[in-house]
Design a protein. Structure first.
Length: 488
C-alpha cells in the first residue's frame, strides 16, 4: 500500500498525504456538487504524472459531450486520451439492458486488460436500478470484493443525501467516503467537503470549504491542521509607533501576542493599525495588512494624507497588503492566504481590518470567533505580533467590548470611544487588559492630526469627569459641587 496524490488542491493536506492505493473511495453528494468533476480531475492529474487511468461512464453521455464540459477546466488535456494514459469506457448501453451482473464481467475484463493505477466509476448508483434491496447488497458486495484484487485506487461516485447515505450498502463496503454538499448560508450557497470515513489513515475531520473554479475543484483545509511548531514567544516588547500608547502599555506590546483595537467608526482604529505596521516596516520587520474594507489603492491614498509612503515600503518588501479580490471569501481560504504571505515574506507584524464589518460582509460562511481563534493560534505559533480591528455599532456609550464576542481570545484589548463634553466630541482610549503585564488603567484623550495619532498622557483631559466611557460623562461629585457653589 502507498500514498498517492488526490489531484485536488488542498485535499492532500486534509487527508495527510493523499489517498491510499489500493483502496475504494466513494465520492457522494447531491446533484451539482461536483462529483464527476472531482473524479475526472483526479484522473487527469494522475495521468499527467505517469499513471494509467480508466474512466467508466455509467450514464448515457458520449465522450464528446463529457469532454466538452471538462475542456472548460485548465486540467483537461486531450492528448492524455490520444496517448491512452486515460481510457474512457461507456457502460450505459449495458445498463440499459438491465443485465446488472454482466457489468461485473465487463468491468473485470477491462481492468484485467489495461491494469490501470487509478479507476473511476461514475456514477455507481445507476448500476443497481433493476435490483431489489437484497440483490443490491449482494451486487455491491461482489463488485467491491472484486475491486480489492485490482491493486488500484478506485473512485466511485454516487448521488446521495446525508440522510440516505448511511443506509446504502456502498457505505459499508467502501474504504473511504467523501461527502460533497452545497448548503445555503446567509442568502448564498457554500460548498463543503466532509470526510466521513477513511480506513487506515488519519485525516482532518469537519467540513472544509471548496470551490469549483476554472482550474477545477480547490479545497481549503483548516489552518489548524497545517500549523507546525510550538511557538514559545520571547518576553520582549514591540513598539506600536504611537506616541503615548507605548507608555500606556508599559513599553509596548509583548512580542508574539494578539491585540484587539475596538471602537466605533472614525475613532482611529485603522490609523492605529497602520502606524503599528509602519513602525515595524521602518525597523526592517516585514508587515502585512489584511484589509477587507479598503483596497490597496485606498490604503495608499489615505496613508499619504499623513505623509506615509506605503508604496516605497511595498517596493522594499517591508510591507504587504492583502485585499480579497473576489466578491466572496471563505474563512479557511483567507487564513491560508495569510499563511502564504507569512511564510513567503517572513512577516513579523500583521494587522487585520476588520474582523467584523469587513470580513462578515463578504464571507458567506463567516464565523467571527472561529476565524479569530484560528488566526490568533496560527500567528502566535509563528511569534508574530498581531493587531485585529473590531468596529462597534454604537457611536456613544457601547456596553460591549466587541460585537463578535472575541475579546476573550485576545492577549491585549485597547478600547477607543467617543466622549461628548461641552457639545464637542472627543476621542478617548483605555487599555482594558494585557495578559502577562501591568498597564496604565487611565482614560486618555486621542488627537489625530497630519502626523497620525498622538495620545495625551502628560495631562488628564478627563480627570474631572466620571462615566467617561458612557459617552456622556458627568463632573465628579467634587467638581460638580465646586461648579455649583463657585469653588475650586
Amino acid at each position: 500500500m502507498k500514498q498517492v496524490p488526490t489531484g485536488i488542491p488542498g485535499l492532500d493536506q486534509i487527508l495527510d498525504s493523499g489517498f491510499t492505493r489500493p483502496s475504494t473511495v466513494l465520492i457522494a453528494g447531491t446533484a451539482g456538487t461536483g462529483k464527476t468533476t472531482f473524479a475526472i480531475q483526479s484522473l487527469f492529474d494522475a495521468a499527467k504524472n505517469g499513471e494509467t487511468c480508466l474512466y467508466f461512464s455509467a450514464i448515457s453521455e458520449p465522450i464528446a459531450m463529457l469532454s466538452g464540459y471538462m475542456s472548460n477546466f485548465s486540467f483537461y488535456d486531450q492528448s492524455l486520451y490520444e496517448e491512452e494514459n486515460l481510457i474512457y469506457f461507456d457502460l450505459s448501453q449495458e445498463i440499459m439492458k438491465n443485465k446488472t451482473y454482466d457489468l461485473l464481467d465487463i468491468i473485470e475484463e477491462n481492468v484485467e486488460a489495461i491494469q490501470p493505477d487509478r479507476i473511476a466509476i461514475d456514477p455507481i448508483t445507476t448500476m443497481d436500478l433493476p435490483l431489489d434491496e437484497s440483490d443490491r447488497r449482494q451486487f455491491y458486495f461482489d463488485l467491491f470484493v472484486g475491486m480489492k484484487g485490482w491493486n488500484s485506487l478506485v473512485l466511485v461516485t454516487g448521488e446521495f443525501t446525508e440522510k440516505n447515505l448511511p443506509t446504502s450498502p456502498i457505505s459499508y463496503v467502501a474504504d473511504a467516503i467523501i461527502y460533497l454538499s452545497n448548503e445555503p448560508r446567509r442568502g448564498r450557497r457554500v460548498r463543503y467537503l466532509d470526510i466521513l470515513k477513511m480506513r487506515g489513515q488519519d485525516y482532518a475531520s469537519g467540513k472544509h470549504v471548496y470551490r469549483i473554479t476554472k482550474s477545477g475543484i480547490i479545497t481549503y483545509p483548516s489552518l489548524i491542521t497545517t500549523v507546525g511548531g510550538n511557538g514559545i514567544a520571547a518576553r520582549k516588547r514591540v513598539s506600536t509607533g504611537i506616541t503615548g500608547l507605548d507608555w500606556m502599555l508599559h513599553d509596548g506590546l509583548i512580542h508574539g501576542t494578539t491585540t484587539l483595537i475596538t471602537g466605533p467608526s472614525g475613532t482611529g482604529k485603522t490609523t492605529a493599525g497602520m502606524q503599528f505596521i509602519l513602525n515595524g516596516a521602518r525597523s526592517h520587520e516585514p508587515g502585512l495588512i489584511v484589509s477587507f474594507e479598503e483596497t490597496e489603492a485606498e490604503l495608499r491614498r489615505n496613508a499619504l494624507s499623513f505623509g506615509w509612503d506605503l508604496k516605497s515600503l511595498e517596493d522594499d518588501s517591508m510591507l504587504h497588503i492583502l485585499h480579497p479580490k473576489d466578491d466572496e471569501v471563505y474563512v479557511s481560504e483567507n487564513l491560508l492566504q495569510i499563511r502564504d504571505y507569512v511564510e513567503e515574506f517572513d512577516v513579523k507584524r500583521v494587522v487585520v481590518d476588520s474582523i467584523n464589518t469587513g470580513f462578515t460582509d463578504i464571507s458567506p460562511d463567516a464565523n467571527d470567533p472561529e476565524y479569530v481563534y484560528k488566526l490568533s493560534r496560527y500567528l502566535k505559533s509563528k511569534n508574530i505580533t498581531t493587531v485585529l480591528v473590531s468596529e462597534t455599532r454604537d457611536l456613544l456609550g457601547s456596553k460591549r467590548i466587541a460585537e463578535n464576542d472575541t475579546s476573550h481570545v485576545m492577549d491585549t484589548v485597547v478600547m477607543l470611544r467617543y466622549v461628548e463634553i461641552a457639545s464637542e466630541l472627543r476621542r478617548a482610549i483605555s487599555v482594558l487588559k494585557m495578559r502577562g503585564s501591568a498597564h496604565d488603567t487611565g482614560i486618555h484623550e486621542i488627537e489625530i492630526d497630519d502626523g497620525g495619532i498622538t495620545i495625551k498622557t502628560d495631562e488628564m483631559s478627563f480627570k474631572h469627569y466620571e462615566g467617561v466611557f458612557s459617552g456622556v460623562p458627568r463632573l465628579t461629585g467634587e467638581e460638580a459641587f465646586g461648579v455649583a457653589f463657585g469653588k475650586g
